[in-house]
Ligand binder design. Structure first.
Ligand SMILES: NC(=O)c1ccc[n+]([C@@H]2O[C@H](COP(=O)([O-])OP(=O)(O)OC[C@H]3O[C@@H](n4cnc5c(N)ncnc54)[C@H](OP(=O)(O)O)[C@@H]3O)[C@@H](O)[C@H]2O)c1
Length: 493
């Protein structure tokens, strides 16, 4: 969404700079932006952590991680330039004196800049620390300039609607809404942004983009990995809160939104909120009809034996946490009346694959033989990852003497166009530096998204699923998820 324009001198203050996200995503993103000449002319990264590390030790640690996680190669020249902008800064999250020291440090940078620089606070830290940090920032006036200071908050943003509302109110005591960047890294992915370009940059599909022409929409985000080392975190979360409430609903918004009048961030975010508001709420007694949960047992993933969820580290032997969720949503608006939107996500699935399928309606009457009707076609597939392409599947004549149909594909391959695709975090961090909120979630978006899943969440948290584990690692999830779509004569693609 950003344009190539220089931004104001900026200090980036990373809380949790020694953590996993910082090493795998944030520093590589800043490094790549630096190489591309997209960082502000004057910038400093203040890396905050509890340990008494020296600058040299911390920079070596960052360099080692860049070797593993940076998109672009590390050269000694680029690294020498980049590392000069990093300062390790010891701080204790809950001690006011740490924030006073931080204040002094920021003023030192301002003297070097010759102006009051922008301040970008990145909370790369567990959600339980957000209120402590936000309160200290407020009490020590670290973010006193609403035009220049911004805060980035990682997911999860709350754990239900009520907690999200409380967090929004808390942040509102220190920051204006325009200063708050709630990140959902799915929205920074090239292929997800491309949905807007594809829908609103072409005249071919938009007239077909409604209930008169589309039979169903499917969104799948399948992961091959399990919970890895994050068992304790995942036990408190599950697939509905970890994936559907944020990533899948955000993708659904991109597919279903009305054309925005402009690319202005408020306009696009308004259209997305409209979609979330129009999603029909599932009543408590209908949860089992519209939603399916699953938990993986042992199985084979990619030819290798895999443990069941309950055998992973940090997981209770009788865990009730879902590692798979599928939901059928309806949107009550003119465009999408009666079109089912099926969304599903799971861990330890057969393969890693995120994609959207738009299934167009069959012709009311087919000229061709009945057998041709069963062939898969009239379908648009938008692959998000690891494939990054758009495929239009349609019917064509099978070469030969008889007039027989077969499904064929036209493919637009993002990789072929641009091999060196920026990572989602690069896009999002650049937007935050430039003050572009389009790809970040507004308070009402987050609250509406929690509202959409509220009854499902309540039902799943208060009732135990005695069928768990109910799908094998390395499969496509529980059989009930197949039944969810088959009831209406559909199939997961
Ligand atoms: N990792 C990912 O891939 C990922 C993806 C999406 C969202 N997120 C979100 O991003 C945030 C950061 O995730 P992460 O994986 O980087 O977390 P992490 O590695 O577990 O922790 C980040 C930092 O928090 C500090 N910390 C931990 N416990 C603390 C305590 N009791 N008191 C004070 N500081 C403490 C540690 O820094 P010091 O010990 O140096 O102070 C640690 O380096 C979380 O909100 C997470 O949900 C992460």
């Amino acid at each position: 969404m950003n344009e190539n324009k220089a931004s104001h001198p900026t200090t980036i203050i990373i809380f949790g700079a020694t953590g996993d996200l910082a090493k795998r995503k944030l520093f590589p993103a800043f490094y790549n932006l630096y190489i591309d000449g997209r960082m502000p002319k004057g910038f400093n990264i203040l890396a905050l952590g509890r340990a008494d590390n020296t600058n040299e030790y911390f920079k070596n640690y960052i360099k080692e991680n860049l070797e593993n996680f940076s998109r672009k190669k590390i050269t000694s020249e680029d690294w020498a330039g980049f590392q000069a902008h990093i300062t390790y800064f010891q701080n204790q999250l809950d001690e006011e004196s740490s924030y006073k020291n931080l204040h002094q440090k920021l003023e030192e940078f301002d003297k070097i800049y010759g102006t009051r620089g922008n301040r970008l606070f990145y909370l790369s830290i567990g959600p339980n620390f957000v209120s402590t940090i936000s309160n200290h920032i407020k009490n020590t006036s670290l973010a006193s300039d609403a035009k220049k200071d911004r805060i980035i908050i990682e997911k999860p943003f709350g754990h239900d609607k009520q907690s999200a509302m409380e967090l929004n109110s808390l942040l509102a005591e220190t920051f204006e809404e325009e200063q708050i960047y709630r990140i959902d890294h799915y929205l920074g992915k090239e292929t997800v942004q491309n949905i807007l370009a594809f829908r609103f940059g072409n005249s071919i599909f938009e007239p077909l983009w409604d209930h008169k022409h589309i039979e169903s929409v499917q969104i799948t985000v399948a992961e091959e990995v399990g919970v890895e080392t994050r068992g304790a975190f995942y036990e408190q979360t599950g697939a509905l809160k970890d994936m559907i409430q944020n990533h899948l609903l955000q993708i659904l918004c991109m597919v279903a939104m009305e054309p925005p009048a402009s690319l202005e961030s408020g306009e696009i975010r308004d259209r997305k909120v409209d979609v979330l508001k129009s999603i029909r709420r599932i009543s408590s007694d209908q949860v089992d009809h519209y939603a399916v949960r699953g938990q993986y047992g042992k199985g084979i993933v990619n030819g290798v034996e895999a443990k069941g969820y309950r055998q992973e580290d940090g997981i209770a032997e009788d865990s009730n946490t879902e590692t798979f969720a599928a939901v059928k949503f309806y949107l009550d608006n003119e465009r999408w009346q009666d079109v089912p939107f099926y969304v599903r996500t799971g861990k330890k699935m057969k393969e890693k694959h995120s994609y959207i399928t738009i299934q167009f309606k069959p012709l009311p009457h087919s000229t061709f033989s009945e057998s041709s009707q069963h062939l898969s076609a009239n379908r648009l597939i938008i692959n998000i990852q690891p494939l990054m392409d758009i495929r239009l599947q349609f019917m064509a004549k099978k070469p030969g003497l008889s007039l027989v149909l077969k499904p064929v594909e036209m493919i637009f391959d993002n990789f072929a166009c641009q091999e060196d695709t920026p990572e989602a975090y690069e896009t999002l961090l650049l937007d935050a530096l430039l003050g572009d909120l389009t790809l970040f979630m507004r308070s009402d978006q987050v609250e509406e998204a929690w509202d959409v899943v509220k009854t499902i969440q309540e039902a799943w948290e208060t009732t135990k699923d005695s069928s768990f584990p109910n799908y094998e690692a390395g499969s496509w999830g529980p059989k009930e998820s197949i039944a969810l779509v088959e009831r209406q004569g559909h199939n997961w693609v």
